[in-house]
Design a binder for this molecule. Structure first.
Ligand code: GSH
Length: 290
């Protein structure tokens, strides 16, 4: 099945992150089309997809246009029943759906006052009462999910599910604004920051797209609190250990240095997203660890 997912700037578009994780995290192939927030209104850029007017929007091979992230989750779960998008166990599935729906419909203070920015981690932000109330509610429903249907791992309803997809950008906001939360919630946030799917998206956010002034916040910044990436940097020239790009299999034209070794890729974006967080990319780590 061919899917096209229209997404916004990865650093800022929290809904797009949800849409994309629904593919990446559940192994469903998709072609992404980037809508540049710096190039005018999203609705104008999506005019060929009207009445869709926001990102993410999914266009399916049969021509359906799905422009609500919760509907994308449900439609993919129907079309790919074995992908594990929702928990298989009935009670866990009901809880996961409830949490995702509450996120989709709510937490407007958190969303408005703490816009996601995956390129920055702020210090000195003090949550308003409305944001604190959103966080308190989020902690309550996270705790309920983990107590009633969480498994041995860090996720809300057993294995990673669409419920976790919907709270990945919340985790990014808690981390990015240093919002005060319990130890249990902090551990859940840490699981998202360390999650390879989340890290792949953030690596792409770090290397593509302009810094947009309208998202800038008046706070000092500090280092991103996620795992320290393996050191790597673009270099001008090869030769590289690998002749074929780890992602496309095409001949290499762009190079990076990591661990004193040189590796090649078939374009600058794939080289740069790898340099931003090498360990997030299994195809690269396959050659790095060989
Ligand atoms: N309810 C939608 C929300 C989508 C949404 O608001 N996306 C934002 C970007 S994160 C957008 O496209 N805004 C349009 C604009 O800024 O003009 C969903 O679930 O996907």
């Amino acid at each position: 099945m061919a899917y096209e997912l229209f997404i916004g700037d990865r650093a800022y578009s929290s809904w797009s992150l949800r849409g994309w994780l629904l593919f990446d995290r559940f192994g469903i192939a998709v072609t992404t089309r980037l809508v540049d927030f710096d190039k005018g209104p999203v609705a104008d850029q999506l005019s060929e997809l009207a009445p869709a007017r926001t990102v993410p929007t999914l266009r399916t091979a049969d021509g359906a246009l799905i422009s609500e992230s919760l509907a994308i989750a449900e439609e993919l779960a129907s079309r790919h029943p074995d992908a594990g998008i929702w928990p298989a166990e009935q009670r866990a599935r009901a809880t996961a759906r409830t949490l995702a729906a509450e996120m989709h419909a709510g937490f407007s203070a958190l969303r408005a006052e703490c816009p996601m920015d995956l390129r920055r981690c702020y210090v000195g932000h003090h949550p308003t009462d409305a944001v604190a109330a959103d966080i308190a509610r989020i902690e309550t429903i996270w705790d309920h999910a983990r107590r009633t249907c969480g498994g041995d791992g860090p996720w809300l309803c057993g294995d990673y599910s669409a419920a976790d997809v919907f709270y990945a950008p919340v985790a990014a906001r808690i981390a990015g604004y240093g919002l005060p939360v319990s130890d249990a919630a902090r551990a859940y946030v840490g699981a998202h920051l360390a999650d390879p799917g989340f890290r792949r998206w953030r690596a792409m956010a770090l290397v593509q797209g302009a810094d947009l002034a309208r998202y800038a916040q008046p706070y000092a910044t500090t280092a991103w609190p996620g795992p320290e990436p393996l050191q790597a940097a673009p270099v001008e020239a090869g030769p590289s250990e690998n002749a074929a790009c780890p992602y496309s299999g095409r001949p290499v034209t762009h190079f990076l240095s990591a661990g004193g070794r040189t590796f090649g890729f078939c374009n600058a974006f794939c080289r740069d997203k790898t340099a931003a967080d090498p360990a997030a990319w299994p195809a690269f780590m396959g050659i790095y660890q060989s």
